[in-house]
Design a protein around this ligand. Structure first.
Ligand SMILES: Nc1nc2c(ncn2[C@@H]2O[C@H](COP(=O)(O)OP(=O)(O)O)[C@@H](O)[C@H]2O)c(=O)[nH]1
Ligand SMILES: [Mg+2]
Length: 180
C-alpha cells in the first residue's frame, strides 16, 4: 500500500474544489470564504459568476485500485498565493494542472511554477459550457507543453472523468520515474 501527495493546481474558478470533492472518499476539507472586497478587485472569473474563492486549500483522499492512496491538495490559483503553493509542493510527487479554455493565460502562472519546481504534471482541460474548443496541438502550443506531458479533457463534476485525469497523471509519474 503506497501513498502519494498530489497537487491539483490552476487558476480561480477552474474546478479544483469541484474535482477534489467529486473524487474524494473522505469528506473533503475545503476552506472557502466569501470574497473580500480586496479580493473582489483581483479575483475574477471569465463569467464573473463566482462569489466564493478558496483562501487556503482543499484536501481530499482517493484510493486507486484498492492500494494506492492519493492525498490531493488543491492549491490556490491566485498569483498572490503562489509562494504558498510552492511550500505545498514540498513532498509531492506530481500535479494535475486544470485548464479553462475560456482563459488559457490564467493558467500560465501555475504551469510556470510547476516547471520551475521541476514537478511532473498532467494537464486536464475542464470543459465548461460555451468553452472554445481547441485541438490537442493548439492547446499544446498555446500552453507550451512538452511532448510527453499528458493532456486530457475532463468534467470535474464527474467521478469517472476526474479519476481518468488522475490516472493519466499517475501513468506519467511512473514513466518519468522509470526513465530517470
Ligand atoms: N460546467 C462545468 N462546471 C464546472 C466544472 N468544474 C467546476 N465547475 C463549476 O465552476 C465553478 C468553479 O469551480 P471550483 O471548483 O469552485 O473552482 P476552484 O476555484 O478551482 O476551486 C463552480 O461553480 C463549479 O460548479 C466542470 O467540469 N464543468
Ligand atoms: Mg476552490
Amino acid at each position: 500500500m503506497g501513498a502519494a501527495k498530489i497537487l491539483v493546481v490552476g487558476p480561480l474558478g477552474v474546478g479544483k474544489t469541484t474535482l477534489i470533492g467529486t473524487v474524494s472518499e473522505i469528506e473533503p476539507l475545503s476552506t472557502e470564504a466569501v470574497m473580500t472586497r480586496a479580493g473582489a478587485r483581483v479575483d475574477t472569473t471569465p463569467d464573473q459568476s463566482k462569489t466564493t474563492t478558496t483562501v487556503a486549500l482543499d484536501f481530499g483522499r482517493i484510493t486507486i485500485d484498492g492500494e494506492l492512496v492519493l492525498y490531493l491538495f488543491g492549491t490556490p490559483g491566485q498569483p498572490r498565493f503562489l509562494p504558498a503553493w510552492r511550500d505545498l509542493a514540498k513532498g509531492s510527487l506530481g500535479a494535475l494542472a486544470l485548464i479553462d479554455t475560456r482563459d488559457l493565460e490564467s493558467s500560465f502562472d501555475a504551469l510556470g511554477n510547476l516547471e520551475d519546481l521541476g514537478l511532473p504534471f498532467a494537464v486536464a482541460v475542464n470543459v465548461f459550457p460555451g468553452s472554445p474548443t481547441f485541438t490537442d496541438d493548439e492547446l499544446r502550443t498555446a500552453l507550451d507543453l512538452l511532448p510527453d506531458t499528458p493532456l486530457v479533457f475532463c468534467d470535474a463534476r464527474e467521478a469517472t472523468s476526474s479519476v481518468r485525469a488522475l490516472i493519466a497523471l499517475l501513468r506519467h509519474l511512473i514513466d518519468v520515474t522509470e526513465s530517470a
